[in-house]
Design a protein around this ligand. Sequence first.
Ligand SMILES: CC(=O)[C@@H](O)[C@H](O)COP(=O)(O)O
Ligand SMILES: NCC(=O)COP(=O)(O)O
Length: 237
Amino acid sequence: MTKLSVNVNKIATLRNARGGNMPNVLKVALDCEAFGADGITVHPRPDARHIRYSDVYELRPQLRTEFNIEGYPSDPFINLVLQVKPNQVTLVPDAPDAITSNAGWDTRTHFDFLSEIIDRFNQVGIRTSIFVDTNPELIEFAAKTGTDRIELYTEPYASAYASDREKAVAPFIKAAALAHKLGLGINAGHDLNLENLRYFHEQIPVLDEVSIGHALITDALYLGLQETIRQYKDCLK
Ligand SMILES: CC(=O)[C@@H](O)[C@H](O)COP(=O)(O)O
Ligand SMILES: NCC(=O)COP(=O)(O)O
């Protein structure tokens, strides 16, 4: 079964637009769980423009599904993750001023850095994942770091889906087959939506988890959160 982890960054973005606590990130996360989400993802960034470290501490004891924290492994981020002990940490190579994630790791260049951090998280039993593109060599280096999983950066798939979905998914099928052969778990995320998710899942049934935020929260404006989560889950059947 491929799990759906709902990224609640955009709920925090909306809250932060006015100050105050509306919408309430914790309540939305708990509602996502009640409506069938298999996990909650957050991606705190250094400028705290959406999820804040205080949100992460508040969410941890309340969540009943899998908690996934994504982010660039700065010292403050590493300390946060070690204190909060989520089910999974996903290392993302975001620059501090990135609008959103826009590439996977160069796991060859950053091999020593990543290996050391993965080791620290593995030692305390936090499942690890590294955000990567479909480049086979970089997936092989990811595996050598000792990470449990990779997360495939799906923006290139999403942006090419409408023009030629077979061509768009082909490198992801190859990347997933290689990762599977290397014994890695496989997550995927970025710009997945109700249009492109079902086909991606059909083509790569070995997926462990997808994390989806931007499109899902947008769809919820029209469909409501409960129906939106039902429809995303349906794409993963
Ligand atoms: C790693 C990844 O692709 C997501 O975490 C994405 O960066 C979501 O963050 P935003 O919601 O801030 O775009
Ligand atoms: N890891 C990807 C994620 O959490 C959500 O990405 P997006 O759906 O907001 O593009």
